[in-house]
Design a protein around this ligand. Structure first.
Ligand SMILES: [Cu+2]
Length: 168
Protein backbone atom coordinates (compact mmCIF):
# COMPACT_ATOMS: atom_id res chain seq x y z
CA UNK A 1 0.00 0.00 0.00
CA UNK A 2 2.79 2.36 0.98
CA UNK A 3 4.62 1.54 -2.22
CA UNK A 4 1.50 2.43 -4.17
CA UNK A 5 1.29 5.77 -2.37
CA UNK A 6 4.91 6.61 -3.19
CA UNK A 7 4.33 5.56 -6.77
CA UNK A 8 1.30 7.88 -6.91
CA UNK A 9 3.26 10.79 -5.52
CA UNK A 10 6.00 10.18 -8.09
CA UNK A 11 3.42 10.23 -10.90
CA UNK A 12 2.00 13.50 -9.59
CA UNK A 13 5.49 14.99 -9.35
CA UNK A 14 6.27 14.03 -12.95
CA UNK A 15 2.96 15.51 -14.12
CA UNK A 16 3.60 18.74 -12.20
CA UNK A 17 7.10 19.03 -13.66
CA UNK A 18 5.71 18.38 -17.10
CA UNK A 19 3.26 21.26 -16.74
CA UNK A 20 5.91 23.63 -15.42
CA UNK A 21 8.15 22.71 -18.31
CA UNK A 22 5.40 23.53 -20.79
CA UNK A 23 4.74 26.91 -19.24
CA UNK A 24 8.36 27.84 -19.62
CA UNK A 25 8.57 26.75 -23.22
CA UNK A 26 7.47 28.59 -26.35
CA UNK A 27 3.75 28.07 -25.75
CA UNK A 28 2.97 31.74 -26.28
CA UNK A 29 -0.49 33.22 -25.99
CA UNK A 30 -2.06 34.55 -29.22
CA UNK A 31 -0.99 38.14 -28.52
CA UNK A 32 2.62 37.11 -27.92
CA UNK A 33 2.59 34.96 -31.04
CA UNK A 34 1.07 37.78 -33.08
CA UNK A 35 3.78 40.22 -31.98
CA UNK A 36 6.51 37.81 -33.00
CA UNK A 37 4.77 36.86 -36.24
CA UNK A 38 4.83 40.53 -37.21
CA UNK A 39 8.59 40.43 -36.71
CA UNK A 40 8.75 42.40 -33.50
CA UNK A 41 10.34 41.70 -30.15
CA UNK A 42 8.27 40.40 -27.29
CA UNK A 43 9.32 41.37 -23.80
CA UNK A 44 7.70 39.90 -20.71
CA UNK A 45 7.95 42.26 -17.77
CA UNK A 46 7.25 41.52 -14.14
CA UNK A 47 5.82 44.34 -12.07
CA UNK A 48 6.45 45.00 -8.37
CA UNK A 49 3.53 42.77 -7.41
CA UNK A 50 4.91 39.85 -9.39
CA UNK A 51 2.33 40.21 -12.15
CA UNK A 52 3.56 39.62 -15.69
CA UNK A 53 2.61 41.48 -18.83
CA UNK A 54 3.90 41.16 -22.37
CA UNK A 55 5.02 44.13 -24.41
CA UNK A 56 5.59 44.21 -28.13
CA UNK A 57 8.65 46.33 -28.94
CA UNK A 58 8.75 47.80 -32.43
CA UNK A 59 11.87 48.61 -34.42
CA UNK A 60 11.31 52.34 -34.07
CA UNK A 61 11.48 52.03 -30.29
CA UNK A 62 7.74 52.35 -29.75
CA UNK A 63 5.99 49.67 -27.78
CA UNK A 64 2.50 48.41 -27.06
CA UNK A 65 1.05 46.13 -24.43
CA UNK A 66 0.75 42.88 -26.37
CA UNK A 67 -3.06 42.56 -26.13
CA UNK A 68 -3.57 46.20 -27.11
CA UNK A 69 -1.47 45.53 -30.22
CA UNK A 70 -3.30 42.28 -30.89
CA UNK A 71 -6.63 44.13 -30.74
CA UNK A 72 -5.18 46.87 -32.99
CA UNK A 73 -5.74 49.49 -30.30
CA UNK A 74 -2.08 50.39 -30.50
CA UNK A 75 0.43 50.28 -33.35
CA UNK A 76 3.84 51.50 -34.39
CA UNK A 77 2.94 54.64 -36.31
CA UNK A 78 4.76 55.73 -39.41
CA UNK A 79 7.95 54.01 -40.37
CA UNK A 80 8.51 50.35 -39.86
CA UNK A 81 12.23 50.26 -40.66
CA UNK A 82 13.55 47.73 -43.11
CA UNK A 83 15.03 44.48 -41.92
CA UNK A 84 14.71 40.79 -42.46
CA UNK A 85 11.48 40.49 -40.48
CA UNK A 86 10.13 44.00 -40.43
CA UNK A 87 9.98 45.00 -44.06
CA UNK A 88 6.23 44.65 -44.41
CA UNK A 89 3.87 47.58 -44.06
CA UNK A 90 0.17 46.82 -43.79
CA UNK A 91 -2.46 49.00 -45.40
CA UNK A 92 -6.05 48.09 -44.67
CA UNK A 93 -8.74 48.86 -47.24
CA UNK A 94 -11.81 49.56 -45.17
CA UNK A 95 -14.94 51.67 -45.57
CA UNK A 96 -13.80 52.62 -49.09
CA UNK A 97 -10.55 54.15 -47.84
CA UNK A 98 -6.90 53.18 -47.50
CA UNK A 99 -5.67 53.09 -43.91
CA UNK A 100 -3.27 54.70 -43.42
CA UNK A 101 -3.80 56.97 -46.40
CA UNK A 102 -0.07 57.63 -46.50
CA UNK A 103 2.22 54.69 -45.86
CA UNK A 104 5.72 55.84 -44.94
CA UNK A 105 8.27 53.12 -45.59
CA UNK A 106 11.92 52.62 -46.43
CA UNK A 107 13.38 51.62 -49.76
CA UNK A 108 13.06 47.89 -50.20
CA UNK A 109 10.03 47.58 -47.95
CA UNK A 110 6.87 45.88 -49.08
CA UNK A 111 3.40 47.31 -48.71
CA UNK A 112 0.68 44.74 -48.17
CA UNK A 113 -2.83 45.93 -48.93
CA UNK A 114 -5.64 43.84 -47.50
CA UNK A 115 -9.25 44.31 -48.49
CA UNK A 116 -11.19 44.48 -45.22
CA UNK A 117 -14.34 45.65 -47.02
CA UNK A 118 -17.04 43.42 -48.41
CA UNK A 119 -16.85 45.24 -51.77
CA UNK A 120 -14.04 44.46 -54.21
CA UNK A 121 -11.21 46.96 -54.75
CA UNK A 122 -8.46 47.17 -57.33
CA UNK A 123 -5.27 49.06 -56.64
CA UNK A 124 -3.44 50.87 -59.41
CA UNK A 125 -0.58 53.34 -59.29
CA UNK A 126 -1.40 56.71 -60.83
CA UNK A 127 1.59 56.15 -63.13
CA UNK A 128 0.63 52.48 -63.68
CA UNK A 129 3.90 51.29 -62.08
CA UNK A 130 1.99 48.73 -60.03
CA UNK A 131 -1.47 47.24 -60.28
CA UNK A 132 -3.38 44.57 -58.42
CA UNK A 133 -6.04 42.24 -59.65
CA UNK A 134 -9.53 42.90 -58.32
CA UNK A 135 -9.27 42.12 -54.61
CA UNK A 136 -12.24 40.37 -53.07
CA UNK A 137 -12.96 40.69 -49.39
CA UNK A 138 -10.02 39.24 -47.45
CA UNK A 139 -7.63 39.27 -50.43
CA UNK A 140 -4.21 40.91 -50.23
CA UNK A 141 -1.87 42.50 -52.72
CA UNK A 142 1.75 43.30 -52.01
CA UNK A 143 4.29 45.40 -53.83
CA UNK A 144 7.94 46.01 -52.98
CA UNK A 145 9.24 49.54 -53.49
CA UNK A 146 12.86 49.48 -54.57
CA UNK A 147 13.24 53.18 -55.27
CA UNK A 148 12.69 56.18 -53.04
CA UNK A 149 9.92 58.52 -54.04
CA UNK A 150 6.29 59.38 -53.59
CA UNK A 151 3.87 56.98 -55.20
CA UNK A 152 0.23 57.96 -55.57
CA UNK A 153 -2.33 55.28 -56.24
CA UNK A 154 -6.06 54.86 -56.34
CA UNK A 155 -8.75 52.23 -56.68
CA UNK A 156 -9.67 51.73 -60.32
CA UNK A 157 -13.17 50.61 -59.32
CA UNK A 158 -13.73 53.60 -57.01
CA UNK A 159 -11.48 56.39 -58.33
CA UNK A 160 -12.23 58.62 -55.33
CA UNK A 161 -10.26 56.18 -53.15
CA UNK A 162 -6.73 57.56 -53.11
CA UNK A 163 -3.58 56.67 -51.24
CA UNK A 164 0.12 57.47 -51.17
CA UNK A 165 3.25 55.49 -50.45
CA UNK A 166 6.20 57.58 -49.29
CA UNK A 167 9.37 55.61 -49.85
CA UNK A 168 12.29 57.12 -47.93
CU1 LIG B 1 -12.38 50.41 -54.45
Amino acid sequence: MRKLLIFGILILAVLALGCTGQNNSQLANPASAYCEQQGYTLEIRTDANGGQAGYCIFDNGAECEEWAYYREECSPSGIKPGGANSSMFDVSIKDFAFNPGTATIRTGNTVVWTNDDSAPHKIIADDNSFESVSLSSGDSFSYTFSEAGTYSYHCSIHPSMKGTVEVQ
